[in-house]
Design a protein around this ligand. Structure first.
Ligand SMILES: [Zn+2]
Length: 282
């Protein structure tokens, strides 16, 4: 069964694409001594003691099937991927939910890293969701299309998957908060990349936020200042993480995380013994 959650008139479901190979916290969280992971060993790693991340999108669709059909992030892409030898499963997992690529009306990109934009276009640069508008943050667009940043921040995935969107006339650059519908909005949470953004679904009495790469490992719910090497500006990413997690806790929001393992990736930020923690829902 595909994990999903109902938020008022909407349903949010996972669209898994691809599981990462084993990831090394000492490499990815370079600043964090390995001993600091000890209290999180049981939740941060799998039964084999290994950390893996899931690459995925989220599908947002009204329960009455009216209105837009929104995909947030497009995973790692068709592949075959050299680091796993596997192909991406995003199209297959959309189909399993009765959704064709042509049904998608809006693709929202939380940020322009390769594991979030893989299925935007094919190798020839043709759009893979032909009826969709692609919402990309202007800050990410400006940064990664600036040739001066190519040396320090090379991003070939952006050049392959995002740059062609403009010539196809499907690119919508977002600045600040943007409403796709009165209940679905894009909210800026910059820092992981210059224009990192989350997606909020607010309907009835519930709010859910799809958080992209606001955090990668569940330990960061408690250790909110821990940053992976992928964060472009750690001061800004930490501020965005703390702000959103505090709000989520105070307002009882549901979080749909980008990379937590399937089955535990949707949850809430709770407080236990004065510390924040993760309580998964599904
Ligand atoms: Zn990511």
């Amino acid at each position: 069964m595909i994990p999903s959650i109902k938020i008022g008139s909407w349903n949010i479901s996972l669209v898994d694409d691809h599981e990462s190979p084993d990831r090394d916290v000492e490499v990815i969280f370079k600043q964090i001594p390995i001993d600091s992971w000890e209290p999180y060993r049981e939740i941060a790693f799998n039964k084999e003691g290994v950390w893996k991340t899931q690459w995925r999108g989220h599908l947002i669709k009204r329960i009455d099937n009216e209105g837009p059909i929104i995909l947030v992030d497009t995973g790692m892409g068709p592949g075959v991927h050299e680091h796993t030898g596997k192909t991406g499963q995003l199209f297959y997992n959309l189909k399993k939910q009765g959704v064709r690529a042509t049904d998608i009306t809006d693709v929202i990109i939380t940020h322009s890293h390769g594991d979030h934009i893989g299925w935007c276009t094919d190798i020839a640069g043709n759009v893979l969701f032909p009826n969709a508008k692609y919402h990309v943050s202007k800050k990410d667009w400006d940064f990664y299309s600036d040739t001066n940043n190519k040396t320090n921040f090379p991003n070939p995935a952006f050049e392959r998957a995002i740059l062609p969107l403009r010539s196809h006339g499907v690119l919508e650059l977002t600045e600040g908060t943007k409403y796709i519908t009165p209940e679905v909005s894009i909210i800026p949470t910059n820092g992981h990349t210059p224009g990192h953004q989350c997606v909020s679904v607010q309907s009835g009495s519930l709010t859910a936020v799809i958080t992209g790469d606001l955090f990668h490992n569940v330990a960061q719910v408690t250790e909110q200042t821990w940053c992976p090497i992928y964060d472009w500006d750690t001061k800004l990413s930490t501020k965005s993480r703390i702000d959103l997690m505090n709000k989520a806790h105070n307002l009882d929001w549901i979080i749909c995380s980008g990379h937590l393992p399937t089955g535990t990736s949707i949850g809430k930020i709770i407080k236990l013994n004065k510390k924040f923690g993760w309580q998964s829902i599904t």
